[in-house]
Ligand binder design. Sequence first.
Ligand code: OAD
Length: 245
Amino acid sequence: MLEKAREWIREARSVAVLTGAGISAESGVPTFRGPGGLWRQYRPEELATPEAFRRDPRLVWEWYDWRRQRIAQARPNAGHEALVRLERSKPRFWLITQNVDGLHERAGSRRVIKLHGDIWLVRCVACGREQRDERVPLPELPPRCACGGLLRPGVVWFGEALPPGAWEAAEQAVREAEVLLVVGTSAVVYPAAGLIPLAQACGARVIEVNPEETAMSARLDCSLRGPAGVILPALIPSEPNVQTG
Ligand code: OAD
């Protein structure tokens, strides 16, 4: 299986990657579902919806501030780094991520499409101004804009539309890709999960990297069971021109 997947990746000129929380698990960033997942401990409707923010912006911000602190302490892992090598070795490459932690960019990935926003962005609910704020912890909760309005995290909450352009870019990437590599996602949150059947319908080979079976595993060409930090370096050799296996 690993050999086959390695060959598909090596031979493809265009590659898209879809990542989820699992790729950052080995960096110490908790996932949402599964053992140790955030949604085991917290209710998404109390923390990750526009209604929750309207009801109690301070509570929502306390949770985001805590996550920002966890992420600030994290470092990209061997899985993130392998995807940087892959990007450098392919003329056509897109990294579509559901993650808001910014670890792909910190590892050196450039062609990143962020479907669910960025935890380091804050946006004013009154004037709409968006800015980067990497302070941890934030000095005041909830933070405020210069205009006096409330700032919210620059992430996508349940029930909200994806950032303008991101979905179109992701769909386009998947349509063009010969291989879609799906890493560390439970593939249950839409529309992101819909990129997998779309890729298949457009003729791409889909390779999954995940220690567990997922909602999509059964329909995929190749499911590699194991942590991203181990499987991705095995799948993507350190020297793009060195043929292994
Ligand atoms: P999930 O928490 O749903 O799924 C994480 C996946 O990572 C699971 O399938 C795990 O088996 C897998 N996993 C765990 N450790 C891993 C490792 N070391 N290497 C590879 N895989 C590993 O996270 P997402 O699929 O990203 O959205 O969740 C999708 C969306 O739901 C998130 O973007 C977030 C969440 O609610 C919003 O907040 C809008």
